[in-house]
Design a protein around this ligand. Structure first.
Ligand code: GDP
Length: 300
């Protein structure tokens, strides 16, 4: 089983899937990776690692649960601008990743060392070892600007007019070598943002092509016209898609076999030209996550 993941919606589902399945591989978005004060930050990869290691901070879906922030606070006192609040334990993982990368290891190799150190039995792969960056083409006042994702979402809180979303360099990028050795015939696209989390993964041709030969199930991150959280609606509309499960279907339809949507969206069934399964897709607690994971595994 292969699972495509971003850093919030799919990790919630992973908490359920790991109670149901002994073996799967997660391929994770790295389009939002960045260097911050010489530390390499791979936000979605670290969230997936912490989720599978039972360490994730579920309040923010970022960093380690009950982490401390001594280093961050001290850096601030010294006048260092760290626009992401990095916890102390979380910083340790990021420093180790940086050391491994600086030693010449590929990102996929560094992540494999880390998931073993964290006791994670599931394989976690970055979508690529190449540099592919998600950028937001935005209109700010009367100017058009190409923003890094964090400039868009954290510094500007998503409050700009979005014209387009670009996966810089993706036509040249390949998945990690490990990807070509994977044996899987089923794929779950979790309820992650189709534009900024799954979009970058699918922008890598060899990954998208491989899906066409597999049984692919996707879970909608939308109920009605609103995503459960985050900027997916705005970004979908900027890309010319409806902000709904129907838009999600349009994005995935080339390779999609089954779409899981919410009971409240059951009227969309007739408009969607693949198998549709309706259920409660909100994951509030572990019971919801395990229930949805079991249903998905059963359908597949
Ligand atoms: P990011 O990397 O932090 O942007 O996270 P993802 O892309 O992995 O997840 C964000 C998406 O998760 C949003 O579009 C939400 O609508 C969706 N999401 C969050 N919680 C839930 C949930 O409980 N159920 C479903 N179906 N989607 C969810």
């Amino acid at each position: 089983m292969l699972i495509l993941s971003g850093g919030t919606g799919t990790p919630k589902l992973l908490q359920g899937l790991k109670e149901v399945l002994d073996d799967f591989t997660v391929i994770v978005n790295t389009g939002e990776d960045l260097w911050l004060n010489n530390i390499y930050i791979s936000p979605d990869v670290d969230t997936v690692l912490y989720t599978l290691a039972n360490m994730i901070n579920e309040k923010t879906w970022y960093g380690v649960r009950e982490d401390t922030f001594y280093t961050h606070e001290q850096l601030k006192k010294y006048g260092v601008d760290e626009f992401l609040r990095i916890g102390d334990k979380d910083r340790a993982l990021k420093i180790q990743k940086t050391l491994l990368l600086n030693r010449g290891l590929k990102l996929s190799e560094a992540i494999d060392i880390q998931r073993k150190a964290l006791g994670v039995k599931y394989k976690v792969l970055p979508m690529t070892d190449d540099k592919v960056e998600t950028k937001i083409l935005a209109k700010i006042d009367d100017r058009v600007d190409l923003l890094k994702f964090h400039d868009f979402w954290i510094k500007r809180r998503g409050e700009v007019e979005v014209l387009d979303v670009i996966y810089e360099n993706s036509i040249y990028a390949k998945p990690p070598e490990e990807f070509y050795k994977l044996k899987f015939d089923k794929v779950i696209i979790g309820p992650s943002n189709p534009i900024t989390s799954i979009g970058p993964i699918l922008s890598i041709k060899d990954i998208k092509e491989s899906l066409k030969k597999k049984k692919v199930l996707a879970v909608s991150p939308f109920i009605g016209n609103s995503p459960v959280s985050g900027p997916a609606g705005k970004l979908m509309r900027a890309k010319g898609y409806e902000s709904s499960a129907l838009g999600v279907y349009e994005i995935y339809k080339e390779f999609l076999n089954i779409l899981v949507i919410d009971n409240k969206d059951k009227d969309l069934k007739d408009k969607i030209d693949c198998e549709v399964y309706t259920t409660n897709i909100i994951m509030k607690d572990l019971n919801d996550k395990i229930r949805l994971a079991k249903e998905i595994v059963e359908i597949l």
